[in-house]
Design a protein around this ligand. Structure first.
Ligand code: 6R9
Length: 650
């Protein structure tokens, strides 16, 4: 095997970096040998109202999983992200907001302004009867009010649950109901790539399926006309002017939930991932500083959406806890044209830039001129997240965007982990294209043999990726269903946290994620349960059965491949294909839109009636020569038909 090329940071970079190779070794050893001492020290990076006494109180033992960090400690997350910076950097920009249309004016919101906006928003929530522990659903586009709303909840101890603005009314209603939210905060309409999404009317449609007690708080962002229900809807901006500019922060326990974020799993119903206040904030802030090598005065941009965990940890909580200037981008990478990212970096002199491989692949296909016409000399560190990055995209990012001068941090983590777990530290760890390299402080990854569940301790190794012990940013439970938490993450491999990802460790101990080992697919860096798409399809009157798998897709990483069996008497047609595609978009949202729909007179099943997904995956991958063991198939002829009519012939 040829050895992969490694890329070491320049001497100049290392000299200025927070952490160099020796420091990484030393700190990593300390973090796993004596976690109590290590975290006592590093938890000091946030301000505590009451100190904690117990650093770590964790059991991964099935079935009594319990995860607690910094118990007895009290803090307020919004104070850590705002108030404590006022004295030293009240006039520094906290948030740069770059609107969808580059001709519209960007906003520079200082920490002092942020304080006032968040206090006013918190007072609006209080005026609506929202109290400590209540859930508030946020269904907002990438506008500053999304950050105000998150921090306002944190200020009064309410638990926010953000629903990505691309989700459908049904998906929104399910999340409002599952979390038992008292209010939803939305906007009139949302511009994105020059088009508008009707968020308020989506919310109206969702609320038809929710308790009529749910309040609807509307940010009038574009001023577009919407319906208005007088005794339910609240004009947030108008109300913010009426309430006071100050709101005392509520001291919260370290283990009090900060937010719930729904994410896809291998069953049809998304799980509400619950994150803590203390441990989560320590983790988000510390990883943000070290992984991006963030220094005082830097301009930092994470181009994710606040609807995903990346936006929570690395647009809002991590950067603001560190007193950073964080850029919030309302638009898309290809509007008005494919130079938008690079023009925005030039315009705001961005130092650290963080995006997903799918965006890089899409932009790479547009040619280099869009990049080279922009002045990117401010860049110091480039990051990726969300899916494995293919070496072509990595090299393009490194050579064309970073001009070979910017370390690339390929950060592996999950909604469940709260922040980065496997990642290079840019001044410390030489990178290899496609590898998330080594564990962050306190993280103890193991590779288990999927059959025996035994740890593989030698290199190279391949198997499933688990964690041996907890880290402060770990999720604590599934909202309202601790049993599901235990079953999903701690029952297949007892005593470990199971990530759901396959992984390889090379001879240098570097980790290479190979993708999900469960029925979760990764479409443009977004997690999608195949079961969710299946249940949407079978909810259509003309569909009798459906099976959904992923297949390799040049830009999206994975595409959505659907096998559909129609009800008796229904004829397949192009129109029906379109109808089903639109149906899934309506049921879940555009991100779940099927790429390929194959009509399947029958699905390959075992004699006990289980769909043999392994076979369906192979056919979708156009790799039908190697179907493996088909001896348990009830009706082998079904497979021949599927192969003959396969949709992906590339
Ligand atoms: C942060 C986020 C988590 C899943 C995860 C894995 C994939 C994320 C990755 C990566 C390879 C990386 N993933 N980062 N795979 N390399 N650097 O994306 O959270 O939406 O919960 O997805 O994404 O499969 O298990 P989430």
């Amino acid at each position: 095997m040829t050895k992969t090329k490694t890329y070491a940071p320049s001497e100049d970079f290392v000299a200025k970096a927070h952490i160099d190779a020796a420091k990484y070794e030393e700190m990593y050893a300390a973090s796993v040998e004596n976690p109590e001492a290590f975290w006592t020290e590093h938890a000091k990076r946030i301000d505590w109202i009451e100190p904690f006494k117990t650093v770590k109180n964790v059991s991964f033992a099935h079935p009594d999983v319990s995860i607690k960090w910094f118990e007895e400690g009290q803090l307020n997350v919004s104070v850590n992200c705002i108030d404590r910076h006022l004295e030293t950097r009240g006039d520094q920009t906290a948030i740069i907001w770059e609107p969808d249309n580059p001709d519209d004016e960007a906003l520079h919101i200082t920490y002092r302004e942020l304080h006032e906006k968040v206090c006013r928003m918190a007072n609006v929530l209080l005026s609506q009867g929202i109290m400590r522990g209540d859930r508030v659903v946020i269904y907002l586009p990438m506008i500053p009010e999304a950050a105000y709303a998150m921090l306002a909840c944190a200020r009064i101890g309410a638990i926010h649950s953000i629903v990505f603005a691309g989700f459908s009314p049904d998906a929104l209603a399910n999340r409002i109901n599952d979390s038992g939210a008292k209010a939803v905060i939305t906007a009139d309409t949302a511009p994105r790539g020059g088009k508008r999404t009707a968020l308020k009317s989506n919310t109206d449609a969702a609320l038809l399926h929710c308790s009529d007690k749910v309040r609807c708080l509307v940010v009038k962002h574009t001023g577009d006309q919407t319906t208005w229900i007088d005794d339910r809807d609240v004009d947030v901006k108008a109300m913010m002017q009426q309430v006071g500019p100050d709101c005392p922060p509520r001291p919260m326990g370290a283990e009090d939930p900060l937010f719930v974020l729904y994410t896809s799993g291998s069953t049809g119903k998304p799980k509400g991932v619950v994150h803590s206040s203390g441990g989560y904030l320590v983790w988000a802030a510390m990883t943000h500083e070290y992984v991006f090598d963030y220094h005082e005065g830097d301009i930092y941009w994470c181009a994710a959406d606040v609807g995903w965990v990346t936006g929570h940890s690395y647009i809002v909580y991590g950067p603001l806890a560190n007193g950073a200037t964080t850029l919030m981008f309302e638009g898309v990478p290809t509007y008005p044209d494919a130079s938008r990212f690079w023009q925005t970096i030039e315009k705001h002199k961005v130092n650290q830039f963080y995006t997903a491989p799918t965006a890089l692949r899409a932009l790479m296909g547009q040619g280099n001129d869009f990049v080279t016409k922009s002045d990117l000399s401010s860049l110091k560190v480039l990051g990726t997240v969300g899916e494995p990055i293919n070496p072509e995209a990595w090299n393009w990012y490194n050579d064309i965007v970073g001009k070979g001068n910017c370390p690339i941090v390929d950060t592996w983590w999950q909604t469940e982990t709260g922040g980065h777990l496997l990642t290079p530290l840019p001044g410390a760890i030489a990178t290899k294209p496609g590898s998330a390299t080594l564990p962050f402080f306190g993280v103890q990854p193991v590779i288990l043999d999927p059959q025996t569940g035994e740890e593989i301790t030698t290199n190279p190794a391949e198997g499933v990726l688990c964690m041996k012990d907890s880290w402060p940013g770990q999720m604590r439970t599934v909202y309202g269903d601790h049993e599901r938490f235990v079953k999903t993450y701690f029952s297949d491999y007892k005593g470990y946290y199971f990530s759901g990802d396959g992984c390889r460790r090379d001879e240098d101990g570097y980790y290479w994620i190979t993708g999900r080992v469960d029925d979760v697919i990764n479409v443009s860096g977004h997690r999608m349960g195949t079961a969710e798409v299946e249940s949407a399809l079978v909810a259509h009157a003309k569909v009798s059965e459906a099976a959904v798998v992923g297949y390799p897709h040049e830009v999206k990483g994975q595409g959505i491949y659907c096998y559909v069996t129609l009800m008796n008497g229904q004829e397949p047609s192009e129109d029906l294909r379109k109808e089903l595609r639109d149906w899934v978009r309506k049921e879940i949202g555009p991100i779940a839109s099927p790429d390929l729909i194959q009509w399947a007179p029958g699905l390959p099943k075992t004699r006990s009636g289980k769909i043999m997904r392994r076979i369906l995956r192979k056919i979708a991958e156009n790799d039908y020569g190697a179907l493996g063991d088909t001896s348990t198939l009830a009706e082998p002829a079904v497979v021949d038909d599927l192969i003959e009519n396969r949709m992906n012939r590339s």
